[in-house]
Design a protein around this ligand. Sequence first.
Ligand code: FAD
Length: 421
Amino acid sequence: MAVASGQSAQAVQAEVEAWIDEQWDAGLTVRQWWGRLADAGLSYSHLEPPFGRSYNREQVAAVFAALRAKGAMGPPAGIGTMLALPTILTHGTQEQIDRFVRPIIDGSEGWCQLFSEPGAGSDLAGLQTRAERDGDEWRVSGQKVWTSTGQVADYGILIARTNPEAPKHQGITYFLFPMHQPGVDVRPLREMTGRAVFNEVFLDGARVPDAYRLGDTNTGWAVANTTLMHERAGIGEASGGYGRAAPGTVAGHLDRPCHEFLTAGRASMVQGHISLGTIHRFIALARERGLLDDPLIRQEIAALHTRVQVIMWSARRAKGGAGSRTGVEGPLAKVAMSQAVEAGRELGCHILGPDAQLWGREAVTDGWFQELVVFSPAPAIYGGTDQVQRNIIGERGLGLPKEPGHPRETPFRELPANTTR
Ligand SMILES: Cc1cc2nc3c(=O)[nH]c(=O)nc-3n(C[C@H](O)[C@H](O)[C@H](O)COP(=O)(O)OP(=O)(O)OC[C@H]3O[C@@H](n4cnc5c(N)ncnc54)[C@H](O)[C@@H]3O)c2cc1C
């Protein structure tokens, strides 16, 4: 299939639909289908060849439209594609790109993000996990927490302290960390959704080769900022999320047929964003309940629709070639989306009334709305809390004075423990 980057979106969609007619079969295994998508440069088609087709935003949207139109499964999603991929492409050596990118985009390796610690979430640069050089390797000890999909990950993007004598932002190094080894203990944490999306991860003398260090030693904070920028923008744009089939060798999905993952199942419904599709569901629900003429419900629906439409336009503008206008597009998008999720939760409760509280087999809406309710506090927390995003918008976007704290040049070792370091 030829790569013609000047093609119109319609031409791309027609071409991809023809390709899907030839290649797609719901009986293929997930591994086979994701492999075909990656071979054709269609998994993440905005990437440059050999991984993608350098497609622009409209052309990428046309690829997804073709997949939807043909009922074909989408490419792998999750932390590998949302966070590890752009960070490795930005900071990786050619060897690292050759080693890691293809298994991310064909889903054959799954990833997690080993950033947050019990004492370092908002104050991420205060992290205490240590990495010490040992020949060609590093030895890593410490504790991470909130590690989404850690129990099914093959690799983790890990930040660890490599120089406690340096100021806190200057003694951190970034690693591409193998999860399957002695010294890595992953313990799932159950949430109020009933699932265990995230985990605590204990590291005790675990090893990572120096060849898997991303960026120079002690420059990991800058590398981590690339990840965080993509995380905030991705959450705001709802581009991340959890696909129905999980990538990686542990989840056991790769060798199962695609058709098993095509039908919507409650168990896989993590509702971390509101799309125009969600709003159509609310409209259908209001109609079903005879509330479509209720002026307050109409007003709430219109307000949520406006909010989501503005989020989509803002995301498009941020990526539309004009570049960053404020430097804080990611934090703005992230806060806007978590507010939209909260507004969606309220709207659904107003439509459903007491029925919103039913759970399990009794749940109306087949439970998708209840999933949204129990997951709704999460978007305001992950990717850096909304309060912290507002600090960033205030300081970097509006030029407000920085929060009071210890002088930036204070060596990490001299910062008092158990405070914001
Ligand atoms: C569903 C989910 C998935 C997650 N997945 C991952 C993952 O895969 N990998 C990972 O590394 N992390 C993950 N996280 C962790 C997330 O990034 C942290 O929870 C977040 O950064 C907040 O850190 P904390 O929990 O330590 O809260 P704290 O930092 O202890 O904050 C507690 C409260 O204090 C407020 N606060 C703190 N500092 C300030 C300040 N300076 N100004 C104003 N208010 C402040 C916060 O806003 C918050 O309300 C996930 C979180 C959730 C909810």
